[in-house]
Design a protein around this ligand. Structure first.
Ligand SMILES: Nc1ncnc2c1ncn2[C@@H]1O[C@H](COP(=O)(O)OP(=O)(O)O)[C@@H](O)[C@H]1O
Ligand SMILES: [Mg+2]
Length: 364
């Protein structure tokens, strides 16, 4: 049981560029925090700072109210599960799980009890006498987690633990990790570049970009109100449609043939970005568009459409549009996301009168 607080945590490697730049975060006791972002954005570095495997360049790591910046990794009461979870090939599952405890000279009966309990939680009881070579990839990954669990740490750190597994196994392990977390209620920080994994596992999500925490919040809050263009484009699959536009104070012009009236928007004239999720694009009654590609997914269909002299967009539809039928894109004002030239969200609520009149159609 523990809280974890990161306070303006910063890391500069020798080249001077901050790999982690003033990241602040307060994880509540038992909270599952997921850090997500593209490769190289600083996720592993952040985790290694918390674990004590890297020295901090600035800021503090606080566990249960105590600053641990100067504590050795072994004295931080943390357990880490990596992507490359090397098990000892000559040891049994039980031996692998017990190894860290034996090193700490924990009494034998206590080790045995802890290994037994962790094995039960992870459904490894039947496999305790096997060696790693006799296990499947998923079972091996569970042993690696068992090694972390037996230590009963205050905080779990996971660095892309599933990214070496095949897609199917990844999904089932994801469910197992979620179940495990519900059971153990140990504070955890989980790093991944996979946004589906991030959305499904997180109590709260941290989206990182170039060392900076762009936004922190519950997954659906980030999905519904991304604070930046980066978060808007990163969370969601297929990604949100992001259209560069020129705002003149009345209309946002997307292409020579398409301008959207945005009543009540007080932003100064200039470039902005319009965002709309694929599931919010309508395919009836709006601006003329041409279908470029239809991807039936079974449950729904992705329709790639191009506006005349304009950008390509993706719509998620219940069914494929009839071939050769004229298509017309509709962008409901209430579903639009607006971002300024710097990429920050512009707060804007479409006036209800405008919504009721359904002027949600592009104006030529
Ligand atoms: N030991 C190191 N020395 C110098 N630069 C590093 C080191 N480790 C990582 N970096 C750099 O720091 C940045 C963040 O890396 P990392 O934390 O591994 O990102 P991620 O885990 O999100 O892929 C990258 O630009 C990477 O090249
Ligand atoms: Mg990494």
């Amino acid at each position: 049981m523990a809280t974890l607080s990161l306070q303006a945590l910063t890391k500069r490697y020798d080249n001077g560029v901050p790999a982690v730049n003033a990241v602040s975060l307060d994880a509540a006791d038992g909270e599952f925090i997921v850090i997500v972002g593209p490769s190289g954005c600083g996720k592993s570095t952040l985790l290694r700072l918390v674990a004590g495997l890297e020295t901090v360049s600035g800021g503090r790591v606080v566990i249960d109210g105590a600053v641990v910046n100067d504590r050795e990794p072994g004295n931080r009461d943390i357990a880490m599960v990596f992507q490359n979870y090397a098990l000892y090939p000559h040891m049994t599952v039980a031996g692998n799980m017990a190894y860290g405890l034996r090193n700490r000279r924990v009494p034998k009966p206590e080790i045995a009890a802890k290994v037994r309990r962790a094995a039960e939680i992870l459904e490894l009881t039947e496999l305790l006498e096997r060696r790693p070579a006799q296990l499947s990839g998923g079972q091996r990954q569970r042993v690696a987690m068992g090694r972390a669990i037996v230590r009963e740490p205050k905080v779990f750190l996971f660095d892309e633990p599933l990214s070496n597994l095949d897609a199917k196994l990844r999904v089932s392990m994801r469910v197992e990790i979620k179940r495990l977390q519900r059971r153990l209620r140990t504070t955890a920080v989980y790093v991944t570049h996979d946004q589906v994994e991030a959305m499904t596992l997180a109590d709260r999500l941290v989206v990182m970009n170039r060392g900076v925490a762009e936004q922190i919040g519950p997954p659906l809050a980030l999905y519904e109100r991304p604070a930046t263009v980066f978060v808007a484009g990163f969370i969601g699959s297929p990604a949100m449609n992001l259209l560069p536009a020129e705002w003149d104070g009345r209309f946002a012009r997307v292409s020579p043939h398409l301008a959207l009236a945005l009543p009540g928007l007080g932003a100064p004239p200039g470039p902005l970005t319009l965002g709309i999720r694929p599931e919010h694009l309508g395919l009836e009654g709006g601006a003329a568009a041409a279908v470029e590609l239809v991807e039936p997914l079974g449950a729904d269909t992705l329709v790639h459409v191009r506006l005349a002299d304009g950008p390509l967009l993706v719509a998620r539809a219940a069914a494929a549009p009839a071939p050769d039928a004229p298509l017309a894109l509709e962008m409901p004002l209430a579903r639009l996301h607006l971002f300024d030239a710097a990429g920050n969200r512009i707060p804007w609520e479409a006036p209800s009168a405008a919504l009721e009149a359904r002027p949600c159609r592009p104006v030529a």
